[in-house]
Write a protein that binds this ligand. Sequence first.
Ligand code: BYC
Ligand code: FE
Ligand code: FE
Length: 469
Amino acid sequence: MTSVDLDEKIPNNVGLSSDRKLQRALERWQPLFLDWWREMGPVEHQNHEVYLRTAVSVGRDGWANFDFVKMPDYRWGIFLAEPEPDRTVGFGDRRGEPVWQEVPGELRSGLRRLIVVQGDTEPASVEQQRHLCRTAPSIYDLRNLFQINVEEARHLWAMVYLLHAYFGRDGRDEADMLLERHSGSPDNPRILGAFNEPTPDWLSFFFFTYFTDRDGKFQLASLAESGFDPLARTCQFMLKEEAYHMFVGAGGVGRVVQRTADLMRQHDTSDVSPHGGINVDTLQRYLNLHYSVSLDLFGAETSTNAANYYAAGLKGRYQESLREDDHRLHDAETSVPVMVGDTITERQVPSLTALNAILRDDYAADCQKGVERWNRILEEVGTSLTLPHTGFHRAVGVFAGAPITPEGTLVDRDRFEAQRHRWLPTAHDREYIASLMTGVSEPGRMAGWIAAPSAGIHQRPVDFEYVRS
Ligand code: BYC
Ligand code: FE
Ligand code: FE
């Protein structure tokens, strides 16, 4: 195969055509990937033309191309951000050393684990979302779902490239296993909790892309600081695509909130369900669920894994280079939450061990911004949404299993259970949301529970036929 043919088959800026071994490995994996996509990707529309953005290069102007493609023909490629000349390790005990272009032997297993965990989440989300195409609230939203799905699949390619290129036999085995674990599978589930939860409806999807894709942003940003340069550059490029996923979440929830506020005003009531809208209480319960499950993705507040990754230069902090400290953190301390008997308090721990908590706090602050934007809409009807306390409904870390209210009070278990229906989606909520999920296929029309977006995609109008048969 000529290099032009190869680049056509697997678009890349990593010189794939001059690396025969890697090329063979990826060519063996590609059909397995396509089988997975057909089996576990969107359940419908695989033969339809979708107006999609495809990553085609890494240049500052025009890294992507917009056109109609059938999803199985999407050109999943491998793109690394441009190398930064003379880049050095920015943190940890090896700060100042030139970055590594090969995996240092002693860091091999830690690095592989990080790449596998990251890689596992990407196809998991596609699996979680595969039924949503049946119930899209508009053609615009349907297209956005597919855009996210193909890009998450490209993120899988990004991690598989690293496994194949730098981890030999073990890497190839791990790459195969990324297609074998499945979201929610009882025998062979995905690695992290949130990626085994179902995404049964579009309200869940919007909260997922707001909260869970945002974990992706923070984890990728930390890995983009890595001393292992190919990982850093891969993640930098992935972050470009990630921004849009969060836009879909922030915009999606915002449009639901807008519709709810409009109906509240129009009918002068806070119960908009008889009018086909979603009540603020229900929105709050979905928010509580998705936020708490996403907080679990940061791991335990104190973690020797995280300390080791940092000291080794593998995984940094969010915006590491903008921080004004020694970037080694040997003497620094950070306060993290602890539970002492019946009280929630704080204690000082070495910052190195508190890196998961530090990243999680940065994440929480970012989440808060969107909530404030939604609240500007809700303010006009005298209500608001809030992020629950960090300890609410947690399964990982110091608060795991503790009966803590959204306000942050530790209560006894019976009291928590008695109030659960006020704080987390109920069977009734789920039934009601499910009843709203009827697909809308007329271009420009929106389901009754969500407002129209203010603009379409890539200068196309909102009523453009983004998906056509
Ligand atoms: N579920 O020392 P700890 C995205 C395990 S999202 C199950 O605190 P560590 C995306 C942990 O593995 C971004 N198990 O862990 C979004 C460990 O097990 P071992 C994904 C969990 O290593 C939307 C043990 O508990 N990327 O891209 O400090 C759509 C002790 O924990 C969980 C990454 O996560 C959990 N939630 O931190 C598509 C980046 N949490 O080793 C895509 C890579 C912890 O004792 N991953 N455990 O058997 C990491 O940096 C770290 O692995 C974690 C965990 C932050 C996840
Ligand atoms: Fe992703
Ligand atoms: Fe994403």
